[in-house]
Design a protein around this ligand. Structure first.
Ligand SMILES: [Zn+2]
Length: 288
């Protein structure tokens, strides 16, 4: 596995399975929307250092490269290279998109067997094509939930705002040939688990190492963007089905805490790796 300074973090889960964090740039999201129903007086101190003059927080585009004896899986693709200057400015998008970021980190995008995405919002599915419209991962099967493809291309005006539908239409056939319908082990030790909540077909990705002492890593997608997402009731205004988010976070996070899973946050720029610890009627994210 190629590891160098461009890999932001990596670990060995056991049994020949390794995971590396590769950040595919950054963008900014409205702070109030990220905290959803939570009053500002409760979250203000958490955001003081990163809030900008437009009241936005810095959101990293965290992707994982999972290497197993059976193949390579990329989790998430970020915003990608195919955004207009207007959108780039509006989102304050900057940094290296996933395809060149993987190359810099020592991974050939042509060697990726599977691209698994938590969901198809613009900031997760944007990197499937290169700037010239070619497949960024030519050998890969694309794994998102069938339910996510179904809702992503509907015409509800809120859906239209969260998904880049013209881009998704370009990759729909590719996505359709690999989509998952329910919980599936996509490679030995790597599973996608439907969650819903943030989006209708949102899924978590769980990676289990093998051998004695094998460890488990979970990527809960946008159900767990930032450290404060550890509270199941702190859901974003971007969650399309927030009551489902609260329920599924409570049950998944309890399992992650009980079984000491490593947890990777989807948009945390500085401390994206840690564990969930039970804390009264909620959980706490502890950086490891
Ligand atoms: Zn996101």
């Amino acid at each position: 596995m190629g590891l160098n300074d461009a890999v932001h973090w990596s670990t060995d889960l056991g049994g020949g399975t390794r995971v590396a964090l590769v950040q595919a740039g950054r963008f900014r999201s409205d702070a109030g929307a990220l905290f959803g129903p939570v009053p500002r007086i409760l979250w203000d101190r958490l955001a003081t250092d990163e809030i900008d003059h437009d009241h936005r927080l810095l959101q990293a585009l965290n992707c994982l490269l999972v290497e197993t004896p059976a193949g390579r899986v990329l989790v998430e693709t970020g915003i990608g290279e195919r955004v207009s200057d207007k959108v780039r400015a509006m989102r304050a998008y900057e940094g290296t998109p996933i395809e060149p970021a993987l190359r810099v980190a020592g991974f050939d995008p042509g060697s990726i067997d599977i691209v698994a995405m938590s969901h198809l919002h613009f900031d997760h599915a944007g990197g499937l094509l290169t700037a010239d419209g070619a497949r960024a991962f030519p050998r890969a099967r694309i794994v998102a939930q069938r339910a996510e493809w179904d809702i992503a291309l509907t015409d509800n005006s809120r859906i239209v705002a969260s998904y880049d539908q013209p881009e998704l239409r370009l990759v729909r056939d590719w996505g359709e040939s690999g989509w998952a319908d329910g919980e599936v082990e996509i490679l030995p030790g790597v599973s996608v688990v439907p969650t819903g909540g943030h989006s209708a077909g949102h899924q978590a990705i769980v990676v289990r190492g093998g051998g004695p002492g094998g460890r488990t890593l979970a990527f809960f997608g946008d159900l767990c963007m930032r450290p404060w997402s550890a509270n199941p009731r702190w859901v974003t205004a971007f969650d399309d089905f927030p009551l489902d988010s609260v329920d599924v976070k409570a049950s998944l996070f309890a399992r992650a805490a009980d079984e000491h899973w490593i947890v990777t946050l989807s948009h945390e720029p500085l401390t994206p790796i840690g564990r969930l610890v039970a804390d009264r009627d909620r959980f706490r994210f502890e950086v490891t």
